[in-house]
Design a protein. Structure first.
Length: 350
C-alpha cells in the first residue's frame, strides 16, 4: 500500500465494500412489500424468491442469461485497487450461478467537487483490468455526481439452463466447501484505522481481486447441488440463505474454516466492521454456537466478505473433484468446512 496516498478514499464513505449492504433482517422487511407482484414468466429460472446471487432467464433450450449488479463505497484508499475489488466482486455473482460472464456495464457515482479526475480515472482503470482478466468488455454504463464514491458493475453471463446452480438445491448429507478464507472485513477495518501492515494489505488485495473462476467448472458436475458466494452477510448469513432455500440445517466445524493470516488475532483485538454486529442481530437466533466458539470466531463468521469465496454444497463422493477444481484454479486454501443436515434451517458451529 502506498503510505503517501494524499487522498484517502475510505474517508469519504460511511462503510466500505460489501459492509455497505443493508442488514439482512432489514432487507427482508423491505422486500416483503415486493412479494406477490405480477406473475413471473416461466422463462425466469431464478428471481428474488430465495435471495440468490443473480437473476437467470432462459433464452432457449441451450442458453440462459444471467444478470446481476453490485456496487459499493471504497474498501481501500488506492483508487486502482478499489476499482479492481469492486469489479471482481460484481463478476463473482455470475460465477456463483455457474455461468460465464460475457459483458459488463459500469456504475459510477463520484463526488466530482472532491475527487480529482485522475483518481476517478484510476478507479475505472482498475475495473477495466479485472474485466480484461475475465475476458469481457465494459460496454457502457452510467455516471452520477454523488456525495460518496460509488463504483461497481452490471454483469451479464450465459449458462446452460440445466446447469444453473441455485442456492436452494442442497441435499441432505452434502459436504460444504468454501473457496476463499474469511477475514476481509477485519482487514478492511484495519485499513480504515491505519492498523494494517504491507503483508496484510497484500493479502487483502490478493483475496478480493481473485476471480471465482471455478464457478462454471463446478456447474459441469451433477453432484454439485447448490452454489453461492460469501459476501456482505458473512459466511453464516449466506449459508443460512442456502439452508432456507433447501429446507435443511447445516453444521460447521470452526477449526476447518480457512482464515486470512492474522485476522483471528485482529478480531480478538476489536478490529471489526459495524456490519458484523448488524449481521448477527439479523440472524443470530438461527445459529447455535458451541462452547469453544470465541468472540473472535463469531466476528469472523459474521464478517462481511467483499469479493468472498464460493460456497459449494456437494455430494460427498464429488468433494475431491470439487477441491481439485479449486486447486487447479489457484484456490489453495479451499476446504471442506461442514455438512448439510436434517432439521430446521439453522446453522450449528462446533
Amino acid at each position: 500500500m502506498n503510505a503517501t496516498t494524499e487522498i484517502r478514499l475510505t474517508s469519504f464513505s460511511h462503510g466500505g465494500g460489501c459492509g455497505c449492504k443493508i442488514a439482512p433482517g432489514v432487507l427482508a422487511d423491505i422486500l416483503k412489500s415486493t412479494r406477490g407482484l405480477p406473475v413471473m414468466p416461466p422463462q425466469l429460472l431464478v428471481g428474488i424468491e430465495t435471495g440468490d446471487d443473480a437473476a437467470v432467464y432462459e433464452l432457449n433450450p441451450t442458453q440462459a442469461l444471467i444478470a446481476t449488479t453490485d456496487f459499493f463505497m471504497p474498501i481501500v484508499d488506492d483508487a486502482y485497487d478499489f476499482g479492481r475489488i469492486a469489479a471482481t466482486n460484481a463478476i463473482s455473482d455470475v460465477y456463483a450461478m455457474g455461468g460465464t460472464p460475457i459483458m459488463a456495464l459500469a456504475l459510477v457515482g463520484m463526488p466530482i467537487d472532491k475527487l480529482p479526475v485522475a483518481v476517478i480515472g484510476r478507479i475505472l482503470q482498475g475495473g477495466e483490468s479485472i474485466c480484461a482478466q475475465a475476458g469481457i468488455p465494459i460496454a457502457g454504463g452510467h455516471t452520477i455526481d454523488s456525495v460518496e464514491p460509488i463504483y461497481g458493475l452490471v454483469v451479464l453471463g450465459l449458462t446452460h439452463p440445466g446447469k444453473v446452480k441455485k442456492n436452494s438445491g442442497a441435499k441432505l448429507g452434502d459436504l460444504l466447501i468454501l473457496g476463499k478464507p474469511l477475514g476481509v472485513g477485519v482487514l478492511s477495518a484495519a485499513v480504515k484505522k491505519n492498523k494494517i501492515d504491507a503483508n496484510g494489505y497484500s493479502e487483502l488485495i490478493a483475496n478480493t481481486t481473485k476471480l471465482n473462476t471455478p464457478g462454471p467448472l463446478l456447474a459441469d458436475l451433477p453432484e454439485v447441488h447448490a452454489l453461492t458466494d460469501v459476501t456482505g452477510f458473512g459466511l453464516l448469513g449466506h449459508l443460512l440463505g442456502l439452508c432456507r432455500g433447501s429446507n435443511l440445517g447445516a453444521m460447521l466445524r470452526m477449526a476447518q474454516i480457512p482464515l486470512l493470516e492474522g485476522v483471528e488475532r485482529m478480531a480478538a483485538e476489536g478490529l471489526l466492521t459495524g456490519a458484523s454486529g448488524r449481521n448477527w442481530a439479523s440472524y443470530g437466533d438461527d445459529v447455535s454456537l458451541g462452547a469453544n466458539i470465541t468472540g473472535a470466531h463469531k466476528t469472523l463468521l459474521t464478517d462481511p466478505q467483499t469479493s468472498g469465496g464460493l460456497l459449494v454444497s456437494c455430494a460427498p463422493a464429488s468433494a475431491d473433484e470439487v477441491l481439485r477444481i479449486f486447486r487447479r484454479e489457484g484456490f489453495a486454501k479451499a476446504a471442506v468446512i461442514g455438512e448439510m443436515r436434517a432439521g430446521a434451517p439453522r446453522v450449528t458451529v462446533t
